[in-house]
Design a protein around this ligand. Structure first.
Ligand code: 6YU
Length: 490
């Protein structure tokens, strides 16, 4: 059976490409992707710093095991290191928190013995674990931030000043780590029950030795070469055109118009939040709009810093910077221009050293991260150098190179990834993925894919990929079930 229905896909990120590939395999011959930029991959973006490969967007495979389609594809294409393929690596269940070897430094320039800091770290993980108790239940706290603060106060209420102060510093740091992981400005913006919607997969996170974009390149080789039209931003999607033969009209920024039977929209939630009113005619239904507004979409950026030689331990995998004046355990800086750098929780160490040299990846989320994007790379380098000198107590440490990402100011992404905002439930995700119209004589004119539309793997590459497959399957089963003039025999 050959399907000649015309399908336009907006966006050539992993969701758009995976939808196109699945439709192609099912025999759909008229599938095109319209991409705003000059490249495919979207938030999967590999760059170079000196001779080093660095990931500007997605960093690793979260939960690389059989159930993860990104892992299976990367294995099939031969893109992973042998250690990532071992059964032991796939079986490790770390619930989203890899057991990295830490180094702790404080704002008075001291290196804290890990044995002293680790019990505080354990408390941090126990508190986080407790958040899952509130899945689908009435929430006793307005946000995860409030919950964590209250638990920490209770834990150290009778402790001596030094213990309490270190505990609160570790918790403040943990909130900044979690802001990066979740992609939010503050843990005060994340709902307790929403948090437990996210599902982790077994497997110790692994990276792509030659870059995440290798996955995109391999997938593109499997679809016809002219499938993607680049530098073609879509401005407006007119649906419900009942009088026309093809029901959806798509208009691009340059004024070009196209028609299609189905359009799969894969733009980020950040882009949708900002541009939905110009993008859809008629406007999106109210319940969908409300869910777009309720779902969170935040910023997480990286600051890569390269040194000639390491100032961290040889086995160290993550460096935490503990501020000694953060007893209030807040993760939002009061004066962003002067104190944005305090939001950087620390660095992960790129491994193996033989491959990367001495490169650290700093992580910073939220409005502080968005402000960082407005500074020049030189200004960012100055602030980071100052910070590292202060925390190590070494006044001459100087990075060789500094490079950062700027996801908030990327006009086609408008941030990093989605998270469940306060009051969010599974229903919001269902509303996001719901096609338009869902029923009637001409259903499925506009379909929605992309990371934010996955009910439990949102914010990840595998969630985005699965959402593309889901929408392709929706069309495949539509044409398989209904006798349609779009089905013709070969
Ligand atoms: C993962 C990881 N990772 C770090 C950073 C970022 C992300 N993610 P795309 O945006 O890719 O594609 C849309 C396309 O549409 C794009 O090409 C646009 O140009 C185009 N477009 C837009 N407007 C258009 C228009 N008008 N017309 C035409 N085209 C248009 N994921 O698995 N591992 O390590 C990380 C990380 C800095 C920015 C990540 C990670 C997220 C993924 O990158 C992302 O989900 C997918 O690439 C999105 O693909 P897509 O196709 O949907 O959109 C509660 C709870 C918490 C749970 N969170 C915890 C999970 C942790 C998340 N990950 C950690 C972050 C890291 C380190």
């Amino acid at each position: 059976i050959q399907r000649d229905a015309k399908v336009l896909i907006v966006g050539s990120g992993i969701a758009g490409i995976s939808a196109a590939l699945k439709l192609n395999v099912a025999g759909f011959k008229n599938v095109h992707i319209l991409e705003a930029t000059g490249r495919s991959g979207g938030r999967i973006k590999t760059g170079k710093m000196g001779n080093n490969i660095v990931e500007i967007g997605a960093h690793c495979i979260h939960g690389p095991s059989e159930e993860n389609p990104v892992f299976c594809l990367a294995r099939q294409y031969g893109l992973l290191d042998p250690e990532a393929l071992t059964p032991e690596n796939q079986a490790m269940d770390v619930a989203g928190h890899p057991p990295w070897v830490p180094n702790f430094f404080t704002s008075s320039g001291r290196k804290v013995n890990s044995e002293v800091a680790l019990p505080f770290q354990m408390t941090r993980l126990e508190i986080l674990d407790e958040t899952s108790d509130y899945q689908g239940k009435a929430e006793p706290f307005p946000s995860v931030g409030e919950f964590v603060r209250s638990k920490a106060m209770e834990k150290w209420k009778d402790a001596d000043n030094a213990t309490r102060s270190l505990g609160f510093s570790v918790v403040s740091n943990m909130m900044k780590v979690e802001c990066c992981f979740i992609g939010t400005h503050s843990m005060d913006a994340v709902g307790l029950s929403g948090l437990s919607l996210y599902k982790t997969l077994p497997g110790l996170d692994c990276t792509f030795p030659k870059g995440y974009e290798g996955l995109i390149k391999n997938l593109l080789l499997e679809i016809p070469p002219d499938t993607v039209t680049y530098n073609c931003p879509v401005r407006c999607i007119e649906w419900n055109n009942t009088e026309a033969q093809s029901t959806v009209k798509v208009e691009c920024e340059d004024g070009t118009g196209m028609t299609a039977d189905h359009v799969i929209v894969t733009v980020s939630l950040g882009y949708l939040k900002k541009h939905h009113s110009a993008m859809f005619s008629p406007p999106l239904p109210l319940h969908k709009l409300q869910s777009i507004q309720r779902q969170g979409f935040g910023t997480n950026n990286k600051i890569y810093v390269e040194f000639d030689s390491p100032w961290w331990d040889a086995d160290c995998e993550v460096i935490y910077f503990l501020w000694e004046d953060e007893d209030a355990m807040v993760d939002q800086m009061p004066d962003i221009p002067s104190s944005w750098i305090k939001k950087l929780f620390g660095f992960t160490v790129l491994k193996p050293t033989e491959r990367y040299g001495h490169v650290l990846c700093g992580w910073i989320a939220g409005h502080e991260s968005e402000y960082m994007e407005t500074l020049s790379e030189q200004e960012v380098a100055q602030s980071v150098t100052h910070l590292i000198r202060r925390f190590t107590g070494n006044p001459i440490l100087t990075p060789k190179r500094v490079m950062r990402s700027q996801w908030f100011h990327d006009p086609w992404t408008c941030g990093s990834y989605s998270f469940p905002g306060i009051g969010c439930s599974l229903q919001d995700c269902n509303n996001l993925e719901e096609p338009l119209p869902n029923t009637g004589s001409q259903p499925l004119q506009v379909l929605f894919a992309g990371e934010a539309t996955h009910p439990c793997f949102y914010s990840t590459v595998h969630g985005a990929l699965l959402s593309g497959w889901r929408e392709a399957d929706r069309l495949i089963s539509h044409y398989s079930n209904a006798p349609s003039n779009h089905l013709t025999s070969k």
